[in-house]
Design a protein around this ligand. Structure first.
Ligand SMILES: [Zn+2]
Length: 151
C-alpha cells in the first residue's frame, strides 16, 4: 500500500474532526465525526446519524461528502473520521477510525483519487481510497474508477 506522510494540513483536518465530534457528540446518536477537504481547500464537517434500526444509520463520511456535493463541490482531496467510544470517559478518547467498507465504496465513487487518513496497527497513515478497496465493485467498464492527477 502506498502511504504518504501526515502533513500539517492533515493535522488540522484531524483537529477539525475531533472538534466537530466533541461539539455535537451525543451518546447513542452521534459518536463519529468526519471532515472532508476539497482540492480547493474547502472544509466540510459532519457527525454520523445513529438509528434504532441499525441499517438506517448514516456514516459521518457520507454526510460530509453529501454536504460538500450539495454545495457544488466535486474535487476531493482528503477525508478523515474520528470516533468516541461509548465507554469513553471524555472527549480525550476521540480517535481516528478507518472508513467502513460501505464508505470506501462511496468515497471512491465520488473521488477515486481521494486520500484517506486512517489508522493501522496504531499508526496514523494516509493513502488513496482505492488502496483501501482492492477489487472495487463496478457495474461495468464504464464505472471503473480512473485516477486523475496524483496528489
Ligand atoms: Zn461508513
Amino acid at each position: 500500500m502506498n502511504t504518504s506522510p501526515i502533513t500539517d494540513e492533515d493535522e488540522r483536518l484531524i483537529a477539525d474532526a475531533r472538534a466537530i465530534l466533541a461539539k455535537y457528540y451525543k451518546p447513542g446518536k452521534h459518536h463519529v465525526g468526519a471532515v472532508i477537504r476539497t482540492k480547493a481547500g474547502q472544509i466540510f464537517t459532519a457527525v454520523h446519524l445513529e438509528a434504532n434500526v441499525g441499517r438506517v444509520a448514516v456514516c459521518a463520511e457520507a454526510i460530509a461528502l453529501g454536504k460538500a456535493i450539495s454545495e457544488g463541490e466535486s474535487m476531493f482531496d482528503t477525508i478523515v473520521a474520528v470516533r468516541r467510544p461509548a465507554e469513553a470517559a471524555s472527549h480525550a478518547e476521540i480517535a481516528i477510525v478507518s472508513p467502513c467498507g460501505i464508505c470506501r465504496e462511496l468515497l471512491s465513487d465520488y473521488g477515486a483519487d481521494m486520500r484517506v487518513i486512517f489508522v493501522e496497527g496504531g499508526e496514523v497513515k494516509k493513502c488513496g481510497v482505492l488502496d483501501l478497496l482492492p477489487g472495487k465493485y463496478t457495474r461495468g467498464a464504464e464505472d471503473t474508477p480512473t485516477l486523475t492527477a496524483e496528489s
